[in-house]
Structure formats: structure tokens, C-alpha cells
Write a protein that binds this ligand. Sequence first.
Ligand SMILES: Cc1ncc(COP(=O)(O)O)c(C=O)c1O
Length: 491
Amino acid sequence: MKVFKLQDTNSSQAKYLQLAETVRCAIRQGQLATGDKLPSVKSISEDLGLNRHTVMKSLAELVAEGWIESIQRVGYKVLHNLPIEQSKRLSKIADNSSHMDYRLVRSGIPLPTYPANDFEYNFAGGQPDLALFPFAEIKSCMSDVLSRPNTAQLSYGQSAGTPELIDQVKIYLRKSRAITEREIVITNGSQEALFIVAQLLLQSGDKVAVEELGYPPAMAAFRSTGAELVGVKQDELGMCPDALERQILKGNVRLIYLTPLHQYPTTVTLSMSRRMAIYQLAVQHNIPIVEDDYDHEFHYRCQPLAPMATQDPAQLIIYLSTFSKLMFPGARIGIMAVSKAMAKAVTEYRLLICHKSNVLMQAALAKWMESGGFTRHLRRTTRVNLQRRDHAISVLKKYSCFEFDTPDGGMALWVKLKHGTEVNEGKPSAEWLANLCQQMGIYIQHERQFQLNNKRDRNGYIRLGFAGMSENKFAEGIELLANRLVNLNLG
Ligand SMILES: Cc1ncc(COP(=O)(O)O)c(C=O)c1O
């Protein structure tokens, strides 16, 4: 009898694999039933014109996969407990019940239904304008890195970051903000740093003192440990030290989180005297401070105040910064400048999560910084962002529905809707307006998004990013928004 006919679906495949697939097919389609004896090696090889070794190799493959068995003095037989039967049985069980209902014991940050970038007018604060980014320069640095790959760095190890980038960051932090004598750890954006710090320092029952209005991803990272967040009163000079002291005296505050330079989201700068008062409280009560200096570079009025980390004899400040605004968020490069002990703890902890961050991007950035390209880009974007801030102010001033202070720096404006700030005044809230705007292709952030518990009844502010889009686009979007307010008799 004619035993098999080789399937020539993929003639480039080795003959023994083709034969194995032919036998599998015969079994699947029922030409060979369980317990059937296969023709002898001799007859298969003569029939198909194959070398006996090829046939033996093919049958050995099928034995290893559990399709057939080899029985001494009998030959090869189709197994009774076939993989195909097992998989049929499994799919029957799966079909009869619903899909796996995972017991999730933790959750992250809910994904937005529509990402901000999908909107025609994206006023999300803190977005850099990628149209200004010199991709060709980074491409050339990346190409340099790839033409002479440092194989030691590409492997495991050096979890604190690529040494060349750490050196460049040390120089940059010293020159740009007088931060010296700290260990540098390069993280996957500052979010990873926030998460690791939270995991290392917090547990259930602890409290974290944060500004009343703050950066939600940081809050989420702290909450993920089971810690409770306590909002500390803030005003136009930033967090109020006496309110912080009251919270500390209630007990269990294990961490203070601050955005001292351009407070997120209100953009105000924490005054020098308040910085000192907060620092003294932290020393007195032995509480570490996370200083999130997320857009230090973009300060327009004068030199920005030096980070609190520059005056930290107690080494309690965990200083964070990011390249997300200086390059693009997708680069995922964050900076931690911390004490030796904290750097060791962080580096060891990240071995649990991801070993290290992207070596190629770090090495390319180091080259870009060394070549002077980064400094040139920074000078240009700071100039453009200042122009955009001034332009944004002139646009908003045309409409009577907005009220705001000129921020000394940053990439966004904190704008009060003049029609009323209290929800209980019966006027539409900023949240209502933001939702309405989404239907018009406009993305804006509103006060409630930054509130600790979404509980305060104040909801009259919106945050308008001005750095991420051209001046024309900004003016167009604001005109649409303002006209809508006028139509609603709120302008
Ligand atoms: C307050 C604050 N911290 C940190 C970051 C940067 O986060 P990442 O470095 O993870 O991109 C941002 C970005 O929007 C921010 O607003």
C-alpha cells in the first residue's frame, strides 16, 4: 500500500520535519487511529524515496512529542493518549466554563478611554513639543553606540545606570543646579523612582504628607503600598509648614512629597523660608522628603531657586528629576540623586523589577550630552517655551472668562474660570467644562483630577499646557473654548 504522501507545503523545510508533519496530519484527520501500527521504516523510506536515517529521525521526533511509541520487535504505534485528544478535552472544559476570572490583589492607574494625544487640541500640561526635537542628532548618537557596542554594558549588571550617562548627569546637575556629592541612579522615568521609593519606605498604616493638589501618579504609587495620603494645606507660596506640622504631630507620617519649584498643578514656587521650615520639621521628626523637580529647566523670570537637595546635611532628601520634558516621555529616563545608602537600596530593589533601564538610549543620551547637542536643545526649548508662555498669556487675556497669575516657569498655566469656583454656587464646574471640551476635540485637565480624594467642593480651575503645541494651535483651541463659554453665558 502507499503509506504516506509527503506534504510539500514548505519545500524549504527539512525532509524529516515534512515527514513528521505528514504523520501528524494523518493522525489528526483519522487516517491513523490510536493503537494503529505504522508501516516499517524500510517501507516508508522506499515508498517516499527517503534515507532510512531521515525516517528514523522523523519518527524519533514524533516519539518525543508524544504522538507515537516505539515497541521492541513490533515497531511504531500511534499512542492511546494523544496530545490532540488531550487538547480536545481541555478545549471542551474551557468551552463549558467562562474565561479565567483572575483574583487581582492590586491595581494600577486606570487607562484613559481617550488618550490626551488623540485630541486635536491637547492642553495637557507638561507635554514637550516633539516637533522641536532634533531626532537626527539622537539618531547619529544611537548609530555611534551601535557601531561600537559595549557588550559589557549590554549585558546584566550596572543596574544604577550606564556609567557614561551617570557621569554626564553628575556634571549637568552640578552646573545647572549645584547638586553635588550625591549618588545618581538612572530610572525608567521618575515614575519608576517614585514607585521604588514608595515600596522601600512605606507600608500599610503609614502616612504620606502631600500637597492638597498634586501629581496623581505619585499619589497612586504611594497608595499602592497601603499607606494613607494626607493632604497639607497650600497657598500661593506653596505647602504651609504649620499645616504640615499639625499632620506630623498626629503621628505616622513617614514621607513628605513635594514639587517645590513649579508646584504641580498650581505652578507656584515654594518660598525659601517655607523650604527651610519644612526641612527643619523633616529633620526633627526624621521624615524623608521626596523632592520632585520635574521641570527645573524651564524657569523664565530669574534663576530658579536651588533644589532643597543642595542644602541637605541630614541626607533626607530623595531628589528626582526627568528627561521626559527635555527629550520626550518615551525615552523613559529619570534621575535620582540620593545618599549612598538610598542608591544601594534602590539599585537592589530594581533588580526585582527590571534589572536595569534601556542601555542604548542611555548611552546615546550620554553621547548627545557630551557633544553639546543637549545643551543647545535645552537653550532653544527654554526660549521657545518662554515665548509660548507669553503668547498663551496674551491669548487668555483677550477673554474675560479666565483669571490667572503669570507663572515664573514651567510648561502650564493654572487658570481660574471666572464664572464661579464653588460647585455649590450652582455653576458648571471645571470638570463639567473639561468633559464638554472633549466632545469638541479639546483636552484640558481640571482641578478635581489633582485632588487627593476628589472630595473638595472647589472645582473652578483648569490647567492649560502651553509648551506642547504651536502658538497658532494654542490660540485656536482657546478661541473654541472661550466661545463655548460665551455661548453658555459663562464668558
Ligand atoms: C510632577 C511630575 N513628576 C514627574 C513627572 C515625570 O514623569 P516621568 O519621568 O515618569 O515621565 C511628571 C510628568 O508629567 C510630573 O508632572
